[in-house]
Design a protein around this ligand. Structure first.
Ligand code: UDP
Length: 377
């Protein structure tokens, strides 16, 4: 039997933030992690080619939130990194998000400025005042031709659903630019941790009050822990209630199969991520890790990403049906005042990294405020 003040399930972003915060105020924290490593899906390592690679897909940190930015800077140096993505369309490599260059290259045009690009968009988009799903969101922004070339099939490969079967918010993650800006994100802070994400997490969790149990499935060992005042669960919410015998219906998640290859050449592709939005490949994108931070090696490592139903859950699938199922779990969760469901899988939300940090930081602050009120009362 293990005694602790705070029990945390999962050593990803949410778990690590809460562990760090509670340890810093003198609480004894026990982190239970099912996998053999910390850092959740941010986990990275140096591979056989001497290249820092991410085991679960590229993670690009970007935020406009100064609280989050200051917080992450306590645990690592960061170097500026503006992510850029190309998409292979009609045998060409064009920027995504769609910008002036994308349109010029795909349609043989020579748009020169914002004004002309806005005119092009007005002539091509199909105005829909309140897009109800991903298809309407894209048609409203860029029209039918780019929808077909760049979004429809990519989305089907990524989600096994067409855009009309997903919330508009999924496709609205990607902006459309009326200028030449070819950055994937436009946030003020865009950076990567100098020593990698795993080192960032090691630094967050490096505290005498924190104990971590790896290779341990909490739900199968839940009777081994006692004395805790709070439990933070960051795994899939439906799996939690499956173990309490309250599973009503499974939520959908998408997973990714990563096919890693070494190429005996200095570079394989022109930049870190190339998307394949066509039907000619089953993979959605190829990531070439050595581009991140301009790493040096005589060889290069590439990873083809195939999304699947099976395997570790990475993405919640945002649509009305899943939202309804999630709501019923949320109601059950709210009846457990000392158990907190945190993060992408437990909140069934497509959080970006900074949102996951923010959410966990806010939860800690709110619980501390409540505590203060209770003590004062
Ligand atoms: N998407 C697309 N074509 C692309 C890139 C993205 O259709 O070339 C769509 C797809 O549905 C994807 C969504 O836009 O799931 C959001 O893309 P994002 O890059 O944010 O996905 P993530 O990096 O989280 O996998």
């Amino acid at each position: 039997m293990k005694q602790t003040d705070i029990l945390i399930i999962g050593a990803g972003i949410s778990g690590a933030v809460l562990a760090e915060r509670y340890a810093s105020i003198g609480k004894k924290v026990l982190v239970i992690e099912k996998r053999s490593h910390i850092a959740g899906n941010c986990y990275d390592y140096t591979d056989e080619n001497g290249i820092l690679v991410s085991k679960y897909g590229a993670h690009l940190f970007h935020t406009n939130d100064q609280t989050v930015w200051r917080y992450v800077n306590q645990f690592s140096d960061w170097y500026p990194w503006e992510h850029k993505v190309k998409a292979r369309v009609d045998g060409k490599s064009v920027p995504i998000p769609v910008n002036i260059t994308t349109v010029n290259e795909l349609f043989g045009l020579s748009i020169e400025d914002e004004q002309q690009m806005k005119v092009w968009l007005e002539e091509n988009r199909i105005p829909i005042s309140r897009p109800r799903n991903g298809k309407e969101a894209v048609l409203n922004r860029v029209g039918a031709v780019l929808y077909e070339k760049m979004f429809r099939h990519y989305t089907k490969k990524q989600w096994d659903k067409y855009p009309e079967e997903l919330d508009a918010s999924v496709l609205e993650r990607i902006p459309v630019r009326t200028n030449f800006d070819d950055r994937y994100f436009s946030d003020e802070c865009q950076a990567l941790p100098a020593g990698g994400y795993t080192q960032l997490f090691e630094n967050m969790l490096d505290h005498p009050n924190i104990e971590i149990l790896l290779d341990t499935d909490y739900l199968e060992t839940k009777n081994h822990y006692s004395g805790y005042e709070k439990l933070f669960y960051t795994g899939p919410i439906d799996r939690f209630f499956e173990f309490t015998g309250q599973l009503t219906e499974k939520l959908e998640y998408r997973s990714i199969y990563f096919a890693k290859e070494t190429i005996d050449a200095e570079y394989f592709q022109e930049n870190s991520v190339v998307n394949y939005p066509g039907t000619d490949t089953r993979y959605t994108r190829i990531v070439e890790y050595k581009h991140f931070g301009n790493q040096k090696s005589s060889k290069t490592t590439i990873v083809k990403e195939y999304t699947t139903d099976e395997g570790e859950p990475y993405y919640p699938v945002p649509n009305p049906k899943n939202q309804e199922i999630y709501s019923s779990y949320k109601t059950l969760a709210e009846q457990l005042p000392d158990i907190h469901f945190v993060g992408r899988l437990a909140n069934y939300k497509y959080f970006n990294m900074d949102e996951a940090f923010k959410n966990a930081l806010d939860l800690f602050e709110n619980l501390q405020d409540k505590n203060t009120l209770k003590t004062a009362g």
